[in-house]
Design a protein around this ligand. Structure first.
Ligand SMILES: *Cc1c(COP(=O)(O)O)cnc(C)c1O
Length: 383
């Protein structure tokens, strides 16, 4: 209550993006909606509720705590896949709650089976293979041993998937490495099936791979950033869009981050505005203060640099971004009063401030900018 800004999440935009993405994956391909990082800043439970209304029922998180929040929040939780961290202490909980877990070490596999036995169920697992990212994943030399172990304990294991992750499918600069990963993955999949294991899903594609290497789609994709309306990077958009109109709209951004003018005042030419001497009024100016600052994720790098929208007009941030406030130059805007809507990210009357421009100015990539939006700013679903 009484927060100084809100983040609106557009249902229409999500419907549009899911339609675009699912058309391209094709039918019969399982769509894992990746919601780690507080659903890329969109609000974990808020986003999942909306996505479930849009007929999406399978979600990928990074760690067990995120899965736990989902299970606690929803009366009927969706299917959940933990792609990364499940501490030993969380394995029992995950198995008992039929949460899918990515497995890349023997200890976690043994624990999963131990608890599946205890609870008379099957542990739902995905086996991650090392194909060249060198982060997590079973090494090729261990695959036979692992496969034999799984076969031996198959009564307590549901082998949902076999997967890998690419080390930068968004950049052509990594092409050589990605192609090798794809080959390695296919080769190892073959090996696994020769050993008599039949995972329901074989998956490797994130957003960038899905666009740049459609052969990696297989029968499941794990899509994060694109469902929220952003391309993994500019290069991926250009590769996809080719020579066509620069502003072709396939994806729509879900987020609008809004606040309100808190105070308006006039400043004489020759006076400094805000802390220190970073901004000198070069004319008589009208300045509005907006109660959002770096404590709310509005980067300090946007000092004298960022833009916001007021009455459909793009105006500049003047002076240093404070912990809880920014000053903006509204000299040329008539009739501006306390309470006037200010858009920090998003669209207002055909003008927009994109996360990309925001991120570039603040030296962050859009993934980082989005996930840094503080959890305590309310997320509100709008049409
Ligand atoms: C984050 C993540 C994804 C989704 O990546 P996007 O680029 O946002 O589509 C897919 N798979 C794994 C393992 C991830 O960690």
């Amino acid at each position: 209550m009484y927060e100084s800004s809100v983040i609106e999440i557009s249902r229409t935009a999500l419907v549009n993006n899911l339609r675009f993405l699912k058309l391209r994956t094709g039918s019969g391909v399982k769509f894992c909606s990746v919601v780690k990082g507080n659903a890329y800043g969109h609000g974990l439970t808020e986003y999942i509720s909306l996505a479930m209304e849009c007929n999406q029922h399978y979600f990928g998180v990074y760690s067990a705590d995120e899965a736990y929040k989902i299970v606690e929040y929803f009366e009927k939780p969706p299917e959940i896949y933990i792609m990364g961290m499940v501490d030993n202490s969380a394995v029992e909980w995950a198995v008992r709650n039929r949460i899918e877990c990515c497995i890349f070490d023997m200890q976690r596999l043994e624990l999963a089976v131990k608890y599946a036995k205890k609870h008379k169920t099957k542990a739902k697992i995905h086996i991650e293979l090392e194909t060249g990212m060198h982060r997590t994943g079973f090494e090729k030399k261990d695959i036979e041993k692992i496969a034999a172990w799984i076969k031996k304990h198959i009564k307590y294991i549901e082998l949902v998937g076999v997967c890998t992750h690419f080390a930068g499918a968004e950049s052509m600069a990594n092409n050589f490495r990605i192609i090798k990963q794809i080959e390695n993955f296919n080769h190892q999949l073959l090996h696994i099936s020769e050993m008599g294991l039949n995972p329901a899903y074989k998956h490797a594609a994130c957003s960038a791979a899905f666009i740049n290497y459609p052969e990696t789609i297989g029968n499941m994709v794990r899509i994060g950033i694109m469902q929220y309306g952003y391309w993994p990077n500019e290069e991926t958009f250009i590769r996809f869009n080719g020579q066509k109109e620069r502003n072709s709209k396939y994806l729509k951004r879900l987020i609008t981050w809004k606040s309100k003018v808190m105070s308006v005042k006039f400043v004489q030419k020759g006076e400094f505005i805000g802390y220190g001497t970073s901004y000198l009024a070069h004319r008589n100016m009208k300045i509005a203060v907006v109660p959002v600052g770096y404590a709310h994720g509005y980067s300090r790098n946007l000092s004298n640099n960022g833009h916001v929208l007021v009455k459909g007009i793009k105006v500049k941030v003047v002076g240093i971004v404070n912990m809880n406030a920014i000053s903006i130059d509204v000299t040329n805007i008539d009739d501006i009063e306390k309470g006037e809507e200010v858009v920090l990210i998003g669209t207002q009357k055909n003008k927009s401030v994109s996360v990309v421009s925001f991120s570039e100015l603040s030296n962050q990539m859009n993934y980082e900018m989005l996930t840094r939006l503080p959890k305590d700013i309310p997320r509100v679903i709008v049409e």
